[in-house]
Design a protein around this ligand. Sequence first.
Ligand code: ADP
Ligand code: MG
Length: 451
Amino acid sequence: MPTFKNLSLPNEVLENLNSLGYSVPTPIQEATIPLIREGEDIIAQAKTGSGKTLAFSLPLILKLDEKEQSPQALIIAPTRELCEQIAGEIQKLARYKSDVKVVTLYGGTSLTKQVASLEKGADILVGTPGRLLDHFSRETIQLEKIKTLILDEADRMLDMGFADDILKLVSNLPKQRQSLLFSATYPEKIDRLTSTILKNPIEINLQSSETKADIEEFVYRVDDKDKALLTTLKHFQPSLAILFCNTKAKTVEVSDWLNEKGFDVATLNGDLEQYERQEMLLQFANGSLPLLVATDLAARGLDIEGVDLVINYDTPMKEEIYTHRIGRTGRADKSGLAVTLCDEYGLRKLSEIKPNLKVDAIDTLKPNKNFYMQGEVGTLCIDGGKKKKVRAGDILGTLCKDIGIDNKHIGKINIYATHSYVAIDKSVIKKAFNGLKNGKIKGKRLRVWWL
Ligand code: ADP
Ligand code: MG
């Protein structure tokens, strides 16, 4: 049995891992952590949901020099949401150290605010390629002291859309550095780029030896996709599901239609403002809107607990897109279901990228017509967060003690820099809303919205 102890980690790290509920390392963690600590460059491949974030974050945190003032690590990821998620995971893993500063840098949010947080000091930068390059050309980030470069979802990062920006950034990093590439998939064509980024990399591929992610895959031949979609949802009866479309317009169309049919839907696509993207994802993850309709924006890296069904409403055009989409379920040691709905054209496409999937007729499913996906909770947004020193305990205190809401009716609480969100059972949300509006948190009156 592998243990974190075998990886000769300091005691305070072991204690923190334990408190986070990580008892044994996953295979990719066991394989890469020692090599990364020895300073090797690595190209790592392991299935979706296998704990790659911790594999690259833990050695990075161990390596931080507390006396250094400039950023020491640069992590590049393809989407804003993934940057936030990685930064959050690093903060949890680094909480045994006194003051590790992680700064996220991505588009759709104010440059000035990002510059302000950079000025307060940053140890680790996590960003998307475009915005990072933007900061670099304005000379608002310092890259001279970067010792570690990490590309998460590396193949996506190096495909056509991102390669130029990445290479520009990388050419401005110190030559003496460690570079790490992580992903679940690597198409051949990225080889050319890896040689300019990595030095004598060690390739670790657990994709073939490891058992595959525990995802049961179904494909249905359908004529009427919308009808088939309802059948699928009402047959499998998921608690949290993600549905993928190939275009932004389609996500809106499908969301509207599902709303009309009585489903509580969150929509995620690149046309939304950044705050809307965040609120959509948050309401999905806390169960207020249990069905997420998204473009491939949500296909890479996102780790949302409890997703038990992924639906390809539109057939993905590449094998790796298929792999990453369905990889939003069956994460860590959980299992999941993936359903692809195909018309004739879709079936032809799918057989090119995934030739071995069995195709069934949709009428083999037994839908329960009374099943709907509706959030049992709603979300309240509070106009105060970390900057006003609001903590989850403060919100709980006001809700339970002052307003008289039962603890069991309070769901996830998320605290951000300037806002907080709390999920509350719909049976008492009105009471909670009015109570918060007229009450105080930490002795202060704060504005409240019902999303
Ligand atoms: P990947 O990047 O490989 O797709 P993630 O890093 O997002 O996977 O991790 C997937 C999930 O597994 C996360 O919820 C994470 O907290 C959890 N996880 C990571 N390492 C461990 C571990 N050693 N034991 C248990 N759970 C873990
Ligand atoms: Mg990942």
